[in-house]
Design a protein around this ligand. Structure first.
Ligand code: SAH
Ligand code: SF4
Length: 355
């Protein structure tokens, strides 16, 4: 298997081309072709001499992943693609449009938000998540993460549009694959390439404490979301095995450190599950634990998955949960569930279907 072109960052690409005896400016030309023209095969790089195109053809892989299947939601606002990787593993990515949505999700109109995967499967085993239910297959390389974005970037470019936001909330735990995830973001953020600003990215983590601290020390402009889902350790541990390693106090301490270091707000994710974590008592306890933290709670009624019995909270009860938090000064939004008809909602991504 030859190396994937998207696995190279600008410095590595320059070094490779220098090895091949090419002048330094060729590296920029290739980067430009990949990230501004969305070329996907060496033959399209007509700006390059034929010998270099042949070298690229013989030594590098320009695909990395192949779209195996896609599904559009009935409202046309969500599209999910299943990709097949070189070794046969599969991952999914989801594009969300925010065009006809009024009143809800304020301020998001016109966005093209892409939800991408960082691993095939996931090792964290959260009981309510389809990816967790399938277990861990492997980490994605940075290039495989980038390639998901470039696939959609190309589709959108064809209709004169651009990916405006990226959430690392697809399959996998991004902080378990820290280096590849950050390298992919750096490549997409590069001003000479796709040039998507750091603030347009959101990383969601299950709560890996050392990596939250590392992320804080790196002081990046990327948004951080932490999946909390419960305000008591017993409840959280029953849903999320990682809580036995890093409990709620440790996670919140790491978040406090992050806020102190970066002055940035943390989003806490909360999948509302009927009778489990949607009670007034849970909301009050959560509000108490979050006092003084620069944060926001993103609650979303649970999306159904085959391996989990829990039910989503009703809209009325979800509103009560939000009100309880807000009365205690903790901002909370109830997110709309999207793409449920095509199993594209949060936590519904898996690659059970062999194609
Ligand atoms: N591994 C990371 C990011 C991927 S999961 C993480 O766990 O944060 C993205 C988000 O979907 C997380 O907040 C996760 O807790 C949530 N999620 C998982 N399963 C869900 C489900 N069935 N319904 C709603 N949200 C879910
Ligand atoms: Fe992994 Fe996130 Fe799913 Fe938990 S919720 S199993 S960390 S993808």
């Amino acid at each position: 298997m030859s190396a994937l072109i998207y696995d190279y960052n600008p410095e590595e690409l320059s070094a490779l081309l220098a090895d091949w005896g090419e002048p330094a400016y060729r590296s920029r030309q290739i980067w430009d072709g990949l990230f501004r023209h969305f070329w996907q095969s060496p033959s399209e790089f007509t700006t390059l001499p034929k010998s270099l195109r042949e070298n690229l053809e013989n030594n590098l892989n320009f695909m990395g992943l192949e779209p195996a299947r896609y599904l559009n939601s009935a409202d046309g606002q969500t599209r999910k693609t299943l990709f097949r990787l070189e070794d046969g593993q599969q991952v999914e990515a989801v594009l969300m449009r925010y065009d006809d949505i009024t009143g809800k999700d304020e301020g998001r109109q016109g966005r093209r938000t892409l939800c991408i995967s960082t691993q095939a499967g996931c090792a964290m085993g959260c009981s309510f998540c389809a990816t967790g239910q399938m277990g861990f297959k492997r980490h994605l390389s940075s290039g495989e993460i980038v390639a998901q974005v470039m696939y959609y970037a190309r589709l959108l470019n064809d209709i004169g549009e651009k990916v405006t936001n990226i959430v690392l909330m697809g399959m996998g735990e991004p902080f378990h694959n820290y280096d590849n995830t950050m390298k992919a973001i750096d490549c997409l953020n590069d001003a000479g390439g796709y040039n998507l600003g750091a603030r347009r990215f959101t990383i969601s983590t299950v709560g890996l404490v050392p990596e939250i601290r590392r992320f804080a020390d790196e002081n990046r402009q990327i948004n951080l979301a932490v999946s909390l889902h419960a305000s008591e350790d017993e409840v959280r541990a029953a849903m999320m095995p990682i809580n036995k390693k890093y409990n709620i106090d440790e996670v919140l301490d790491a978040c406090r450190y992050y806020i102190q270091k970066t002055n940035r707000r943390v989003s806490f994710e909360w999948a509302l599950i009927r009778g489990i974590n949607d009670t007034r008592a849970q909301a009050s306890r959560l509000a108490a634990r979050l006092q003084g933290l620069l944060c926001h709670v993103n609650a979303i009624p649970l999306n159904p998955t085959t391996g989990y019995q829990g039910q989503p909270t009703d809209p009325d009860k979800a509103r009560q949960f939000k009100e309880t938090l807000e009365r205690s000064g903790i901002p909370c939004s109830i997110r709309m569930r999207r793409g449920i008809d095509i199993q594209a909602g949060c936590g519904q991504l898996a690659s059970r279907t062999q194609v």
